[in-house]
Write a protein that binds this ligand. Structure first.
Ligand code: G1P
Length: 293
């Protein structure tokens, strides 16, 4: 069995410019899908995959993320007095254990690669996961847990979540050049960040879930700026795959780009339709709107 993945990094320092004005004063990671903020889905997914330590790379204006994962004694005592035990349990379950959460300020938004590098001292010399909260995935088995299983089958190595995207959308994603491919697990031969469709090596895109070996930190140390004048994680990973095994997992599930307005609205509808307490009313609303189109 490969070394267990115990720690996850959540880069939450981004500015959320695609979602203004909603994200002017509120972190995009706190946007709710139905009744839970995006970052809560990300933490729950990590927990379900066996993660024990949660490292948030934050920035200015993101303190409410820390408050969200803290106890709220006033609220808890009101809920207790009113007998709202289910809500209370849910609130308490959502909080990682004391001592298992760390927050680091990125100070300057210099890109995803830089955000991951900021977590170096907290990760040390062990494999770790990275979860981008705005990639929300609806699936039976959580995506990171699927990746952990694939990694166990492979005996270790770096692994990322992969998904086919329309060819004209390659410039929105990290795109991989596939090697051996069994339809589920694909060997990653090369990675390019946001290539034009004419230059993309395939239409297989990187989605925001990674399990990485700690060797990535040495490469991040010397990485120069790439696309968008930022330190790109994708560029570092394309160096890492020269010396270390690297795979993509075509995960089972539907991914929603919640950093985008349409993707976010779509996610809200899809997640509401999954909920027993909402699906009937929600279906009615959709039918009614549809019949008026
Ligand atoms: C980031 C990564 C990109 C990946 C994408 C998935 O881009 O840099 O490789 O495909 O997430 O959502 P961003 O969406 O932050 O620009």
């Amino acid at each position: 069995m490969p070394q267990k993945v115990r720690k996850a990094v959540f880069p939450v320092g981004g500015l959320g410019t695609r979602f203004l004005p909603a994200t002017k004063a509120m972190p995009k990671e706190m946007l709710p899908v139905v009744d839970r903020p995006l970052i809560q889905y990300a933490v729950d997914e990590a927990k379900a995959a066996g993660i024990e330590e949660f490292i948030f790379v934050t920035g200015r204006g993101k303190v409410i993320i820390e408050d969200h994962f803290d106890r709220s004694y006033e609220l808890e005592s009101v809920l207790r007095e009113r007998g709202k035990d289910t809500v209370l349990d849910e609130l308490q379950d959502g909080i990682p254990k004391t001592g298992s959460v760390a927050y680091i300020r990125q100070q300057e938004p210099q890109g995803l690669g830089h955000a991951v590098w900021c977590a170096k001292r907290f990760i040390g010399d062990e494999p770790f996961a990275v979860i981008l909260a705005d990639d929300l995935i609806l699936s039976e088995k959580p995506c990171l847990a699927q990746m952990m299983e694939a990694r166990d089958e492979l005996g270790g190595g770096n692994i990322l979540a992969a998904m086919e995207v329309p060819h004209e959308h390659t410039s929105r994603y990290g795109i991989l050049r596939p090697g051996n491919d069994d339809g589920k697990i694909v060997e990653v031969k090369h990675l390019v960040e946001k290539p034009k469709p004419s230059e993309a090596p395939s239409n297989l895109a990187v989605i925001g879930r990674y399990i990485l070996e700690p060797a990535v930190f040495d490469l991040l140390e010397n990485q120069s700026r790439g696309a968008g004048n930022e330190i790109q994680l994708t560029d570092v990973l394309s160096s890492l795959l020269k010396t270390s095994s690297f795979y993509g997992l075509r995960f089972e599930g539907t991914r929603f780009d919640c950093g985008d307005k349409i993707g976010f609205l779509h996610a809200n509808i899809a997640f509401a339709l999954e909920r027993d307490d909402m699906k009937h009313e929600m279906s009615e609303i959709i039918r009614e709107i549809g019949s008026n189109l």
